[in-house]
Design a protein around this ligand. Structure first.
Ligand SMILES: Cc1cc2nc3c(=O)[nH]c(=O)nc-3n(C[C@H](O)[C@H](O)[C@H](O)COP(=O)(O)OP(=O)(O)OC[C@H]3O[C@@H](n4cnc5c(N)ncnc54)[C@H](O)[C@@H]3O)c2cc1C
Length: 256
């Protein structure tokens, strides 16, 4: 596995638990939108790497990352202190299940995220192929507090962005929700899907496995609830590289 050094270009802190950073991109680094790679720091002369979803789309010559800060976390207790000009290390091989190749073609693509689970979807919602494959691209993202909806402004104005708006062609829809304070949408996104609140708000037909596809990434609890819903209640098939299905989820995102 090749390990390369990347230079930190920009760092943005949102809360005491969340930050985003941008790095250079090695010319040998290839990924599909939605995939993850190992990234980290040299610590005590050894590589200290963790899995991270690439949050930028694959046509950009830089890479974006969205990170938790775990107070005693071996990597993030250090990584949260990076500054522009510092070096991070990554491998150049990306993998992951949250890729469109693992889904059958369809009409509407739903991306369902909690917390930092939105990272792979930040890549997909700005991806070129995404809008070639789907008529509507819908992101549901919940956090505990409004300030944790770090990319809210970007997402709310994505269709008007000079570059990403050209790519999304007005097909992108965003449903943010928070669980612990007042906001335009409150509560868990599982509930918003199960009750139909999201369809009502966005003016969409209910999820139909004949036409619609879903990607899931976030807390274990949400993963399991959605897995049960799509598989057991709606009769959807989980997709993989060998056999595309109607939904995919990142199994090991938070708990290992
Ligand atoms: C496929 C995959 C993709 C991932 N992508 C991302 C990503 O894009 N952004 C990101 O911040 N993390 C991501 N993670 C988690 C990441 O690999 C690390 O666990 C995280 O950076 C913390 O590293 P650490 O060494 O500081 O602490 P660790 O020892 O790795 O984690 C300590 C504890 O912190 C909690 N924790 C870890 N990550 C998170 C998280 N993201 N949200 C909430 N609680 C968490 C867990 O309870 C964990 O047991 C991903 C994990 C996997 C398996």
């Amino acid at each position: 596995m090749a390990i390369v050094k990347e230079t930190v270009l920009e760092v943005n802190h949102y809360t005491d638990r969340l930050f985003h950073f941008k790095t250079t991109r090695d010319t040998g680094t290839r990924f599909r939108d939605g995939e993850f790679m190992m990234i980290g720091l040299e610590a005590d002369g050894k590589p200290l790497l963790r899995a991270y979803s690439v949050a930028s789309p694959n046509y950009e010559d830089y890479m974006e990352w969205f990170s938790i800060k775990v107070p005693d976390g071996p990597l993030t207790s250090r990584l949260q202190n990076i500054q522009p000009g510092d070096e991070v290390i990554t491998n150049t091989k990306a993998v992951g299940t949250l890729v469109m190749d693992n889904l059958k073609p369809g009409r509407n693509l739903y991306m369902l995220a909690t917390g930092t689970g939105v990272a792979p979807f930040m890549s997909i919602v700005r991806g070129i192929e995404t809008y070639e494959r789907y008529e509507r691209v819908i992101l549901l993202w919940s956090t505990r507090r409004v300030e944790e909806l770090a990319f809210r402004e970007l997402l709310e104005t994505l269709n008007e962005h000079p570059v990403w708006g050209e790519i999304s062609q007005g097909k992108f829809m965003f449903y943010p929700s928070v669980t612990r304070e007042d906001f335009e949408n409150t509560g868990r996104i599982t509930e918003a899907m199960f009750s139909g609140a999201v369809y009502e708000k966005l003016g969409l037909p209910p999820f139909d496995k004949e036409h619609d596809r879903a990607m899931i990434c976030g807390s274990m609890e949400m993963n399991l609830e959605f897995k049960q819903y799509f598989k057991d209640e709606l009769g959807c098939v989980e997709g993989s590289g060998n056999s595309p299905g109607e939904f995919v989820l990142e199994k090991s995102f938070v708990e290992k």
